[in-house]
Design a protein around this ligand. Sequence first.
Ligand SMILES: [Zn+2]
Length: 54
Amino acid sequence: MATADDIFDEFLDERGHETESQSWEQDYNKKRCPDCEGLHGPEASSCTVCGWRP
Ligand SMILES: [Zn+2]
């Protein structure tokens, strides 16, 4: 019988898979956000346009 904690763990696992499947797209020496296609420098850790992060 699944407890609330088990369900929460599964929820986190699924979210982990989702974020894992998405990453920056490379465009020459730039990073491109897969969400809004905004271009960022190679040091960017999150999208400043839409707030997306890998
Ligand atoms: Zn973006």
